[in-house]
Design a protein around this ligand. Structure first.
Ligand code: PLP
Length: 421
């Protein structure tokens, strides 16, 4: 099956009511039926479906199976937000004393998570320029647990050389984790390129209409072979005290280790569970994602080309713009389109502010990936918490305006920008 078909059908077998729309199971808990079945569920002796919604829910399970298939992975875990997915993807492999190697070009919330919150937990983040994969090796030691980067970075809109980064990671038998939020699985499937784990903010293009916050972690096929007996990942290979000495890598219940452990340890203990209602909204969004993301990409490229020709615009960033520093990587990894993010630089903050205050169709919103177009000044909003040095590393200047181009009529969008600029 092709991706757009999977996005409409995977993971759902019609129940007794034969509903075309996936049912929303708003239930906190589920009846075990027998005492033995209840005990074996808690012991991880059999499947973990339908125990308690903090660790699993039938509606969430449909979203997880469907999303995993669309991404080309083996399993997924849905959580309460994109940040929750990123946090869990690291907590699932790292503890105090460990370190992670992470790209400079990341979403602002991810930067503060890595540079501040993880630091307080004793996990060090070592940053590299995503265009300099050759710098990564010097940052790796025995305590390095993963390499983390974004497939299209927000807001700097950089596209990495996947092959070069994956090669270094594999040399050290280490996991790569990619935030695929901006590209979406329709434009880029990192797991098929050799990435080990993909994380998503489903709050963006997946919902498509800015209706809900949620996140997903997806693991690739056969990832367990890389984790089993790998000294970098003791959590999976040493006895787990909270399950009476169970070794996850030897568990017969689930051959997919990464998401299984994240569910049964991290969701169980820290509880950032996705509401089944939000899971249902993401299922609705997934159904049309393939259509929408192509329109976003088409509009964004046309607007980037138009902006290049306008006076007073110092620079336009869009990966599939000829001459853009990401053009070569984008042509290789994003042949179907480069999504809806476009950024451009005007001379200073004052000029940027005037443009923001004048647009009518674009809304000033701290979000991306909505079907409706969005305009944003990164340095004073989403990236406000970053230091001057961090802003520079993230490629965010004072006059940088970021657009999340929606799927309105292209002529209307250009007219709006023209009168504002
Ligand atoms: N990753 C990227 C690339 C983002 O742009 C965002 C939010 O803007 C996040 C993760 C965080 O997602 P959420 O807001 O769902 O927690």
């Amino acid at each position: 099956m092709k991706q757009s078909t999977k996005a409409l059908h995977s993971g759902y077998e019609k129940d007794s009511q034969k509903t075309m729309s996936v049912p929303i199971y708003m239930s906190t808990a589920f009846d075990f039926g027998t005492a033995d079945f209840a005990a074996s569920s808690f012991n991880l002796e059999q499947g973990t479906d339908n125990v308690y919604t903090r660790v699993g829910n039938p509606t969430n399970a449909i979203l997880e199976r469907r999303f995993a298939e669309v991404e080309g992975g083996s399993a997924a875990l849905a959580v309460a937000s994109g940040m929750g997915a990123i946090f869990y993807s690291i907590l699932n492999i790292a503890e105090a004393g460990d370190n992670i190697v992470v790209s400079n070009q990341l979403y602002g919330g991810t930067v503060t998570l890595f540079s501040q919150t993880l630091k307080k937990l004793g996990i060090e983040s070592r940053f590299f320029d995503v265009h300099k994969a050759e710098d990564i090796e010097a940052l790796i030691d025995d305590k390095t647990r993963c390499i983390f980067f974004e497939s299209i970075s927000n807001p700097s809109i950089d596209v990495p050389n996947f092959d070069a980064i994956i090669e270094v990671a594999n040399k050290y038998n280490m996991l790569t984790i990619v935030d695929n939020t901006v590209a979406t699985p329709i434009l880029c499937q990192p797991l098929l390129l050799g990435v080990d784990i993909v994380v998503h903010s489903a709050s963006k293009y997946t919902t498509g209409q800015g209706t809900a916050i949620g996140g997903l972690i997806v693991e690739r096929e056969n990832l367990s072979l890389k984790i089993k007996d790998n000294p970098r990942y003791p959590y999976f290979n040493e006895p787990e005290v909270s399950y009476h000495g169970l070794v996850f890598a030897d568990s017969v219940v689930s051959p997919v280790l990464f998401t299984f452990r994240a569910r049964m340890i991290l969701l169980r203990d820290t509880g950032a569970v996705l509401s089944p209602f939000n899971a249902w909204l993401f299922i609705q969004g997934l159904e049309t994602l393939a259509l929408r993301i192509k329109e976003h990409s088409k509009n964004a490229l046309a607007i980037a080309q138009w902006l290049q020709k306008q006076e007073g615009i110092k620079k336009v960033n869009y990966p599939l713009l000829e001459g853009d520093k990401n053009y070569e990587n984008a042509s290789k990894y994003l042949s179907k389109g480069a999504s809806g993010l476009v950024s451009f630089e005007v001379e200073d903050y004052d000029r940027a502010k005037k443009i923001l205050d004048k647009v009518e169709i674009f809304s000033i919103v701290a979000n991306i990936g909505d079907s409706k177009s969005i305009i944003n000044h990164s340095a004073s909003t989403t990236h406000q918490q970053l230091s001057k040095e961090e802003l520079k590393k993230a490629g965010v200047s004072e006059g940088l305006i970021r657009l999340s181009v929606g799927i309105e009529d292209l002529e209307d969008l250009i007219e709006d920008l023209a009168q504002a600029i």
